[in-house]
Design a protein around this ligand. Structure first.
Ligand code: OXD
Ligand code: MN
Length: 589
C-alpha cells in the first residue's frame, strides 16, 4: 500500500509481511465502508444487530469469557532500560519484547483482513491533537475506533508526509491468554497488542496511546496526559467553570461528568456540561492557565449500574449508534439489559457468556451482563455535551479533583493547601479495586492520580513532572480530593452521591472563587458542614460533619502505608513529596 507518509507506508507493509493477512484494507472513514463492515460482522456472527426501531444503529458483541477486562499483569512498558519504566510498571527490555512479539504475530492474520485505521486523538488539526495508525484484524476494533476517535482519510490528509504518528499493531491472533501481551514502547511511539479482543486492551487510541504513550510524550514535551474527566459547571449568571477529575476505573467518572444537578440547583440555573469522561490532555495556555481537551470522540462506559436515575445522560447516549459489549441480550424484543438498568429483567435472554438466561439463572445469582460490560457510544449522542467539546484550544481549568473509593479514612472532600500539596494528595490516592481490570475486586491499593495502570514511565518522574508543571502555570487550579464512598459500621454509604455530588462541586467552585469558608485540618482544608448546601436533601449538618471527620488514628496508619509505598521510589521520589509526607505526620501528632 502507498501512503504520502513514508513512515506509515513502511509500518503497514512491514506489519503485513509479518502478520500475512489475506488482504489489507484502508479505513477511509466513510459511512458506506463502515456500514459494509457492520453487515459483514453481523453475517459472521461477530456482532448481533439489535432492534433497529428501539436502538437504531446499535449492535451487541460478546468477547471470549477469558477476555473481558484490561489485563494489568500482561501489560508492559518496553524501554531500553528498566529505570525508565520504573517500579510500578511491568517491564520487558524493548529488543527482547520485539523478539517475543514478532514470533507471536508471525502469520497471525492468515486468512484475515488487516485494517489500517488512521485516527486522530483530539479534533483533527487541533494543536493538542496527535495521530495514530492502528492496524488490526478485528472488525469490532475498527467499528469501536470509529466511535471512540476521529478516523479516516481526513487524518491521513492532516498527517501529510510527516512520520509523526504512533504505530499500533493489534492482532486478536488466537485470543490465547497465555500469549496475551499489551506492550507500549514509549521511546519508539509504538504499541503492540496481541491475543486479546477486549476494548481497553485493543482500542489502542485509548489507554495505550492517550495515556501510556501520551504520558511519556507529555513528560518529554512539557504537557500532561491524565486519567481524568472534564466537566463545565455553568452557574446561574451564565459563567462556566471547568473541572478535571481523576478517579480510578469504574469509580464514577462518567457519572460525575454527566451529572444532573438536584432540583434545588437546577431551578436556580446550574448546569453541567460534559467535555470528557475518561482522559484529559492538559497544556499550559498563553495566558499561563492550564487548558484541557478530551482526546476521545466517544464514551467507553461501564454498563451495569447505568440507569435513568444514576446517569440519564449516559443512558440517552446509548440509544443509537452504540456497540454494546458483554451485556445481556434481551430476546423478548432484541434489545439489551444489564444489572442495575431497571427492575424488569428479561424473562428470556442470553447472558454475556452466550448461555440462556432468565428468572431461574437470576435466582441462582448468575449475572446477565458481565460486571465490566460496556457501551461504546458517540459523544455526539450525549444530551449534555459541552459546546466546547471540539474547541481546539481546550477549556481552562479552575479545579482539579482526585478521588477514590474508600470506605473509611478519606473525608467527603478536602482541599490541598497549594499545588505541591495537591500533587502529594494525588500521589497518595488509594482506592478499592473494581472489575475494570482482571484480578481481585475490593482490595485497597495505592493508585496515584488514578494512573497506576496507565503511566508510561517511572512514577517518580511522573510526580516530578507534576511539580514542574505547577511552576509553569501562573494561575494554578486549586486541587481537591473527594470520596463519595464512605460507609457506616454496617457498610451503608453515608453520602447519596450521583446528582447530589453537585453539592460538593458547588463548594469546590466557591472555594476557587474565594466565597466559601473552610477549616484547616492536618490533611488540608475541609468545608464547614454548614457550607455544603443540603437544601432538598434528607441529611443534617451533623451527618455532613460525620462525613468530614478526619480520624487521626486512621490517618496515622495511612501515613505509614504511604511511607511504605513511597519506599518503592527510593531516591527518585521528589523531595517536595517527602516534605509533604513529613508535614502530614507532624500535623497528625
Ligand atoms: C476504562 C478503564 O475503560 O479505566 O476507562 O478501564
Ligand atoms: Mn478509564
Amino acid at each position: 500500500m502507498n501512503f504520502l507518509s513514508k513512515g506509515v507506508e513502511k509500518f503497514v507493509n512491514e506489519s503485513a509481511e509479518l502478520c500475512q493477512p489475506s488482504k489489507v484494507v484502508l479505513i477511509d472513514g466513510s459511512e458506506e465502508q463502515l456500514e459494509a463492515l457492520r453487515a459483514e460482522a453481523v453475517q459472521t456472527g461477530e456482532m448481533i444487530k439489535l432492534n433497529q426501531e428501539i436502538l437504531p444503529g446499535c449492535y451487541l458483541h460478546r468477547t471470549k469469557p477469558n477476555d473481558v477486562a484490561r489485563v494489568e499483569g500482561r501489560t508492559f512498558i518496553c524501554t531500553e532500560k528498566q529505570e525508565t519504566a520504573g517500579p510500578t510498571n511491568n517491564w520487558i527490555q524493548k529488543d527482547e519484547a520485539y523478539k517475543i512479539l514478532s514470533d507471536i504475530y508471525r502469520g497471525s492474520m492468515k486468512d484475515r483482513t488487516m485494517y489500517v485505521i488512521p485516527y486522530s486523538m483530539g479534533a483533527v488539526g487541533s494543536p493538542f491533537s496527535k495521530i495514530g495508525i492502528e492496524l488490526t484484524d478485528s472488525i469490532y476494533v475498527v467499528l469501536n475506533m470509529a466511535i471512540m476517535t476521529r478516523v479516516g482519510q481526513k487524518v491521513l490528509d492532516q498527517l501529510g508526509t510527516s512520520d509523526d504518528f504512533v504505530k499500533g499493531l493489534h492482532s486478536k491472533a488466537d485470543v490465547d491468554p497465555e500469549k496475551r501481551y499489551i506492550c507500549q514502547f514509549p521511546e519508539d511511539n509504538t504499541i503492540m497488542s496481541v491475543n486479546s479482543a477486549y476494548g481497553g486492551n485493543v482500542l489502542l487510541g485509548k489507554k495505550c496511546f492517550a495515556l501510556r504513550i501520551a504520558s511519556y510524550q507529555g513528560w518529554k514535551e512539557g504537557w500532561m496526559a491524565e486519567h481524568m474527566l472534564i466537566l463545565g459547571l455553568e452557574k446561574p449568571n451564565g459563567e462556566t467553570k471547568y473541572i478535571a477529575a481523576a478517579f480510578p476505573s469504574a469509580c464514577g467518572k462518567t457519572n460525575l461528568a454527566m451529572l444532573i444537578p438536584p432540583e434545588e440547583f437546577a431551578k436556580k440555573g446550574y448546569k453541567i456540561h460534559t467535555v470528557g469522561d475518561d482522559i484529559a490532555w492538559i497544556r499550559v495556555g498563553k495566558d499561563g492557565r492550564l487548558y484541557a481537551i478530551n482526546p476521545e470522540n466517544g464514551f467507553f462506559g461501564v454498563a451495569p449500574g447505568t440507569n435513568v436515575k444514576s446517569n440519564p445522560n449516559a443512558l440517552a447516549s446509548t440509544r443509537k449508534n452504540t456497540i454494546f459489549t458483554n451485556v445481556c441480550h434481551n430476546l423478548e424484543n432484541n434489545t439489551v439489559w444489564w444489572e442495575g438498568l431497571d427492575k424488569n429483567p428479561p424473562k428470556k435472554a442470553i447472558d454475556w457468556q452466550g448461555q440462556p438466561w432468565g428468572p431461574e439463572q437470576q435466582a441462582q445469582g448468575v449475572k446477565g451482563a458481565h460486571p465490566n460490560s460496556r457501551f461504546t457510544a458517540p459523544t455526539a449522542n450525549c444530551p449534555c455535551l459541552s459546546d466546547q467539546f471540539e474547541n481546539p484550544e481546550g477549556v481552562p481549568l479552575d479545579a482539579i479533583i482526585f478521588g477514590g473509593r474508600r470506605a473509611k479514612t478519606a473525608p467527603l472532600v478536602y482541599e490541598a493547601r497549594n499545588w505541591n500539596h495537591g500533587v502529594f494528595v494525588g500521589s497518595i490516592m488509594a482506592s478499592e479495586t473494581t472489575a475494570a481490570a482482571s484480578g481481585a475486586v475490593g482490595v485497597v491499593r495505592r493508585d496515584p492520580m488514578a494512573m497506576l495502570p496507565f503511566c508510561g514511565y517511572h512514577m517518580a518522574d511522573y510526580f516530578a513532572h507534576w511539580i514542574e508543571m505547577g511552576k509553569k502555570v501562573s494561575h494554578q487550579p486549586k486541587i481537591f480530593n473527594v470520596n463519595w464512598f464512605r460507609t457506616d459500621e454496617e457498610g451503608h454509604f453515608l453520602w447519596p452521591g450521583f446528582g447530589d455530588n453537585m453539592r460538593v462541586l458547588d463548594w469546590i467552585i466557591r472555594r476557587c472563587e474565594g466565597t466559601a469558608e473552610a477549616v484547616e485540618t492536618p490533611i488540608g482544608f475541609v468545608p464547614k458542614p454548614e457550607d455544603i448546601n443540603l437544601n432538598g436533601l434528607n441529611m443534617t449538618t451533623k451527618d455532613v460533619a460525620d462525613l468530614l471527620t478526619v480520624d487521626k488514628k486512621l490517618w496515622l496508619e495511612d501515613a505509614d502505608n504511604i511511607e511504605e509505598f513511597y519506599k518503592k521510589f527510593g531516591d527518585k521520589l521528589p523531595k517536595e513529596l517527602r516534605a509533604e509526607l513529613d508535614t502530614l505526620k507532624n500535623n497528625l501528632k
